[in-house]
Unconditional design. Structure first.
Length: 330
């Protein structure tokens, strides 16, 4: 038996969380059984914890948690043996397949990555999907020519999970970083992560009036989408790129194509869920190298399984600062 947070549906089809002892035989099929140590809370976890599952959860009862890190307990796959430390992000685990909000998980070996040298399971979950995606974004921007001498880099939704890690990685790599936040009280926090300029959300929230504005940003990691992404495209310097990561401000894109045509701006799509294994390894190795652990620790709040329903609601309201590390055994 082990402890899990289960989402169970009522007669109206609305789901709520219950913490239960469940039997190992109820775990889904998979090649590797992992004793989970830590999980975390991403925006998607907030959706999976919500009464309608955010359109992501199809079958109940369900164990959410899109990320976990822990130790292999049993394996039918040659790549993993008992005692190995592993991390999982993506592959629709926690959405379609039972996830990390439990003391045990069973998954396909293909979905796992060995825990990168230099990271503990708790640190890997402080990074989680949000931080892993920030790393993918910085890698994509640099693959498209971004270097610190090109000028400042903008991070939107900066005090959130993706944003916080992106700020810390970029600043550590020598970039001048500007963070957009709707929470003025997060200014000092963002400066402590390495941002040198704070941009108020209202300054970028309005829809595009002029397709091109002053060339300001050499690049951008955008966790917000919507009107803000459209505005940012018109402010990117000639040949610069925007990594489109999220939709915290909306899935629409009320933009014009003018920045692409007249300034050669690149809009780079970032997906963390289906990244091939080699890219995952490369990104995790870069995280271990490029993200200062003291900055990571400064953005983390600890939590337990019982805190998750509230944290899920909070993250959907944009009210979680930085990253949460969930100790599933506490
Ligand atoms: N592409 C991928 O593979 C991938 C991976 C991970 C996450 N994501 C997406 O990235 C986004 C961020 O994820 P996260 O885990 O970092 O969530 P998060 O911690 O909630 O961060 C989102 C941040 O966006 C800002 N924000 C919220 N509502 C806003 C609004 N209406 N207008 C403008 N800004 C708003 C807030 O930052 P401030 O308080 O600083 O303004 C908030 O903290 C989500 O949409 C998520 O689904 C995508």
């Amino acid at each position: 038996m082990f402890k899990a947070l289960m989402m169970e549906q009522n007669d109206e089809g609305l789901a709520s969380a219950v913490i239960k002892e469940i039997d190992e035989s109820t775990l889904p099929d998979g090649d590797v059984t992992v004793a989970v140590e830590y999980s975390t809370v991403n925006y998607k976890d907030g959706l999976c914890l919500s009464p309608k599952g955010g359109g992501l959860v199809r079958n109940y009862p369900h164990v959410p948690g899109i990320d976990f890190a822990g130790t292999v307990e049993a394996s039918n796959d040659d790549r993993y043996k008992p005692g190995d430390k592993v991390v999982l992000t993506g592959w629709r685990v926690g959405e379609m397949h039972w996830g990390g909000y439990a003391q045990k998980a069973r998954v396909k070996a293909d979905w796992l990555v060995p825990l990168p040298a230099g990271l503990t399971p708790a640190q890997a979950m402080a990074v989680g999907t949000a931080g892993f995606t920030s790393m993918l974004s910085v890698m994509a921007l640099e693959d498209h020519g971004l270097t610190p001498d090109k000028g400042p880099v903008l991070v939107t939704g900066a005090a959130g999970g993706v944003g916080s890690v992106a700020v810390a990685i970029l600043a550590n790599r020598g970039y001048e970083v500007a963070g957009v936040t709707g929470r003025p009280e997060s200014g000092e926090y963002l400066k402590s992560l390495g941002a040198t300029q704070i941009v108020a959300r209202e300054e970028l929230n309005e829809t595009v009036k002029r397709p091109l504005e002053a060339e300001t940003w050499a690049g951008c990691v955008d966790a917000v989408g919507g009107a803000m992404l459209a505005r940012v495209l018109g402010q990117v310097k000639y040949g610069g790129s925007v990594a489109a990561v999220g939709l915290a401000g909306g899935a629409g894109l009320p933009a014009t194509v003018i920045p692409f045509l007249l300034r050669g701006v690149n809009l780079l799509g970032i997906d963390s869920v289906m990244q091939p294994y080699d890219n995952r390894l490369r990104a995790w190795e870069r995280v271990a190298k490029d993200l200062p652990m003291d900055k990571l620790e400064a953005m983390v709040k600890p939590a337990t399984l019982t805190d998750l329903p509230q944290l899920g609601a909070d993250i959907l309201q944009g009210q979680v600062q930085g990253r949460v590390v969930v100790d599933v055994n506490a």
